[in-house]
Structure formats: C-alpha cells, structure tokens
Design a binder for this molecule. Structure first.
Ligand code: 6GU
Length: 234
C-alpha cells in the first residue's frame, strides 16, 4: 500500500518512522510520502489561507496549492491515477470505525489531505471527486473538534496500517480485540497470579478452554453493556 499525506506540518508525521508502522515501511509493506502544502504556494510568503467569502471567523485554505499538490500526488491533471482514495479528515465527515479501517486497508493508494483553520475551500473536495480513478471520503474520528487533521490522520493510519496484510505478525491478534466482533475486548492478565493482594480470575488458571472462552465472552458482554450500551442490539 502507498500512503501520501499533504499537510502544512509535515514534521508531525516523523513518528511514523518508528514502531510497527516504521517496521512495515522498512519491510516494503507500506510506502509513505509526506508533502508540505506550502511547497505548492508560490508567493513570497507561501500563503495557503485567506479570509472566507460571506464573512465569519477564521481563515479558509485556498484551493490553488491543494490543486497542485493533488496534481503531483495523483499523477498530474488528466493523467488518471489507477485507483486512489482521498481522505479529508473533518469533524463534519462520516464517522471512522473499525469497518472503515478494514475497507481502507484493502486499498492500494490512500491520500490524506490535512486541513487547518476553518477548513479547505469546498471546491477542492468537489474537484478531487472529478479526478479519474479517485474516490473521496470526508471522515471524522468522533464528536469533538481538533485544530487540524494531522492528529486524526495519525490515528487513522495507525488503525489502517496494522490491518494491511503482513504488518502484524500474528493475524489472530487482530481478530481477538475490541470492535472486531462488535463487543469490547475482555480483560487480560499475565504473571504473577497474585499481585498486591489482587488475584487473576481462577478460571484463567483452570486449563479449561471451554470455560475460559465462556468467561471471556461474558466479560465482553458485561463490559460492553456497562460502558458502551450503544454497541449492543436492542
Ligand atoms: Cl478528522 N478532524 C478535525 N479537525 N477534528 C476532528 C476530526 C477530524 N475528528 C474529530 N474531530
């Protein structure tokens, strides 16, 4: 998979050199390009924003640098990249879920356009939709507001990247976790069996695999009912 990120804070993404995603890049499973939006602004101050038509607070990102950045990342005007998904992180987008991460992990090319200020001129989104071979999604992490898309994109890339085949060593660890089966994860324990007078639940020491599976499922249902009842069917 190839991932391109366009941002006025490219240095934000330095942390993608480390940890699981860094290893996936060393192994050639994920190819990453980070692009500075200001490289596509040609005035002396490399301006990327301007005041909003119609008035209102804050600044809006100008369309021209975005257009040129997408021309480069998607293969030039009219060139027609084969198949790309462009993601605009936005609190006004559809909600990002594990299902979204699973869908995006199957794509050969993702492009993240990180907006700042009060957003990007809407024509950039509309124009990107007209590029051949390109699908556009506006995606939100949840019902709160971040100053820009960078932190949201970091979270999305971490969720997507670990689902790319080969990135996580043991694929079973991908299915036995929160949200993969619609329930929250069961609690986990390791040695020692007794720590500061707290005991590991005895069933986990019993060696009875059926009883352990049943206990874990009960824990998942109980935890989900308690903290995320919205995830359960009525
Ligand atoms: Cl994707 N972007 C911004 N700026 N704020 C958010 C968000 C995204 N998701 C939740 N809040």
């Amino acid at each position: 998979m190839r991932i391109d990120i366009i941002s006025i804070f490219p240095e934000f993404f330095g942390v993608l050199d480390i940890s699981l995603l860094g290893k996936a890049r060393e192994r050639g499973l994920i190819e990453l390009g980070v692009h500075d939006l200001r490289d596509f602004a040609h005035d002396r101050h490399r301006t990327v924003d301007d005041t909003p038509y119609g008035g209102g607070a804050g600044m809006v990102m100008k369309p021209e640098p975005w257009g040129e950045a997408f021309d480069e990342v998607l293969g030039g005007p009219g060139a027609g990249a084969e198949s790309s998904v462009v993601v605009f992180p936005s609190p006004a987008g559809e909600r990002f879920t594990q299902a979204t991460a699973r869908e995006l992990a199957l794509e050969p090319h993702l492009v993240f356009g990180c907006g700042r200020y009060e957003g990007i001129d809407q024509r950039v989104i509309e124009h990107t939709k007209t590029r051949p071979g390109v699908r556009v999604r506006e995606i939100s992490l949840g019902d709160y507001v971040l100053n820009g898309g960078e932190v949201a994109v970091m979270a999305m890339i971490e969720a997507i990247g670990r689902l790319v085949p080969g990135v996580v060593g043991n694929p079973a660890s991908l299915t036995e976790e929160s949200h993969e089966d619609g329930l929250l994860e069961y609690p986990s324990y390791t040695k020692p069996a007794s720590w500061r007078e707290l005991q590991v639940p005895p069933v986990l020491l019993s060696g009875n695999h059926g009883a352990i599976a049943a206990w874990r499922h009960d824990q998942q249902v109980e935890r989900t009912r308690r903290v995320r009842p919205d995830l359960l069917p009525d």
